[in-house]
Design a protein around this ligand. Structure first.
Ligand SMILES: [Fe+2]
Ligand SMILES: [Fe+2]
Length: 366
């Protein structure tokens, strides 16, 4: 089996689809066992913005024992969760929040009951992070994985993942123009307006939600170093709410749970937003950025991303530094050093473990 980016599907004409691919509204668009033709590639590529994933799972003749993790959280659960989040982002109420909580708890239970340790995000995320409900759902799923690895108990997990699912709820109070991914921010006021969303969100949920979730909503853009800032032209990239004073939250500082959601938030936004001229970064690039900004921006949560999430999903083809191609078969516990099957070169067909001393000089390039 392979997980193939739909934009690269031309190389797989004649192969069979292994798992159904759905539209964003939940309907099945391509069923399993359909043979891929030039026509179906064209149709998929034309409809890419309407598909639930940017990847498709297909059968190949070899590599039968690839571990795939994409069924741990079903697409159906994701769609239902997305709908509940969407309704709550639109109009916050305690009743709607309870419905989101039911969904996020189910996501936590599914992850809990699965012993697999290393996840990729190709099939885990719904495509289209420019849609706020999709973005919030993906951030919740990723935060759940990271928070489980960090050892939080069930009760804390439920609050963290609910906070992640609603972290951008304050966007409802922000000028709608700024939320369109195709809108180019062209004045300083645009950034200042956008930066109001954590405090707006906090005020919106006040007294109607638990303290841990509320702190995530308020502090998910607070940096480790409050005073650091990077000038990128008109925008100053920095921690906000500006001058957040800790009396706002009974003297509480940014803790690991906030750091985890913040890391998940940036990773999702960098890798999963694709619209117009804004194209997503690769997961390896996003991880490199997050690692480099750990002490300034993210804090300890960054470690739970780079230690437990892989940029190279099982089932995907990768290129090694010796220029040979391979497919990722499974992980033991190291997201950069999986077990691979070589697809080219003298040792074609051989299965190698990148942790094996013989192969330590090899690494995945892309
Ligand atoms: Fe945000
Ligand atoms: Fe966000």
């Amino acid at each position: 089996m392979r997980i193939v980016r739909i934009s690269d599907l031309d190389n797989y004409i004649g192969k069979e689809v292994a798992k159904p691919l759905r539209l964003k509204d939940g309907r099945i668009y391509v069923n399993s066992n359909i043979r891929i033709t030039k026509g179906s590639v064209n149709a998929l590529q034309r409809n890419i913005d309407n598909l639930a994933h940017r990847f498709i799972t297909i059968h190949t003749d070899d590599s039968e024992d690839i571990d795939l993790y994409d069924d741990i959280i079903s697409d159906e659960l994701k769609f239902e969760a997305k709908d509940k989040i969407e309704a709550t982002l639109k109009q916050f109420s305690s009743r709607r929040t309870e419905r989101v909580k039911k969904m996020t708890n189910e996501i936590i239970n599914n992850l809990y009951s699965n012993p697999n340790t290393i996840f990729g995000t190709n099939m885990l995320f719904l495509a289209g992070g420019e849609d706020h409900a999709v973005h919030c759902l993906n951030v919740a799923i990723l935060s759940a994985i990271m928070a489980i690895k960090a050892g939080y108990n069930k009760n804390e997990l439920e609050k963290i993942v609910l906070g992640a699912a609603l972290h951008d709820i304050g966007m409802a109070k922000i000028d709608k123009r700024l939320l369109d991914i195709n809108y180019t921010y062209n004045k300083k006021e645009d950034y200042l307006e956008m930066q109001k969303h954590p405090l707006e969100g906090y005020n919106l949920v006040k007294n109607k939600i638990n303290v841990l979730s509320k702190r995530i909503i308020l502090m998910h853009h607070v940096w480790e170093d409050f005073n650091a800032s990077y000038d990128s032209g008109m925008d100053t990239y920095m921690s906000y709410p500006h001058k957040l004073n800790n009396t706002l939250l009974d003297g509480q500082y940014k803790d690991l749970s906030i750091s985890i959601v913040q890391t998940a938030d940036v990773f999702e936004a960098m890798t999963n937003k694709e619209a117009g001229y804004k194209s997503a970064k690769s997961k390896a690039e996003a991880m490199e950025y997050i690692r480099s900004m750990k002490f300034v921006q993210f804090g300890a949560g960054a470690d739970y991303l780079v230690n437990y999430i892989t940029p190279y999903d099982t089932g995907t083809e990768v290129i090694l530094n010796n220029r040979e191609k391979a497919v990722v078969m499974r992980y033991t516990n190291l997201p950069q050093r999986p077990i691979l099957k070589l697809l080219t070169g003298d040792d074609k067909g051989e299965i190698i473990n990148l942790m094996d001393k013989k192969f330590l000089t090899l690494k995945i390039m892309s």
